[in-house]
Design a protein around this ligand. Sequence first.
Ligand code: MG
Length: 244
Amino acid sequence: MRNMRTLIFVLTISISSVQAQDAKFTEVWRPEPRTVLPGKSPSDAPADAIVLLNGNDLSQWENVSDKKTIKWRSGDNAMTVIKGGGNIQTKQSFGDCQLHIEWRTPAEVKASGQNRGNSGIFFMSRYELQVLDSYGNRTYSNGQAGSIYKQHIPLVNASKAPGEWQTYDVIFTAPRFNADSSVKSPARITVFQNGILVQNNVEIIGSTSNVGIAHYIPHPEKLPLMLQDHGDEVSFRNVWVREL
Ligand code: MG
């Protein structure tokens, strides 16, 4: 019995040392990641993305209020808020996703603070990534461009000047809820503004709220992406999403 144990021990040590010397032992070949053809530039949608806006086709969007054709302006390969046009949303719903979106605040500066180039990207129609002209425009830090509105201050101010196109590249993880409506796992978000990290996998506290502390209300696994009409003529272009 004792000899047998010694033999097993010696064999184990021998096999381990052979494995340690063979680089192949730590190679993993399965699964093989599927191939995705990238776009020609970071603005272009990869082959497996859902294109939500490319050029002047607004067919992927609808009014939030009546689900009819949006009243925003289309032209120059972009869509632009018309004051009073109302919030718009995608016809399709999304949960976990990677989003690329480009936005531009008006070149002509007419106001300050929250009234200067304000819009917003609401994941699942609830969780706002703020869009604002934050180029030399001080406002509360958790309400400037790159903030998760009233929840998370951006790591830096990565804003370009008014009238210039800016990019957001986002990784969004939807919240999960238990059967008893409690939160199983909160939503998380990572945001790059103009290629600069501004939100690093932060935990979203709840549905965006302008007044009071945000909290979660259980909702479906997938919901539309919403863009805000805050009364300023903010434009959007090259919008695509990859479901994760
Ligand atoms: Mg906003």
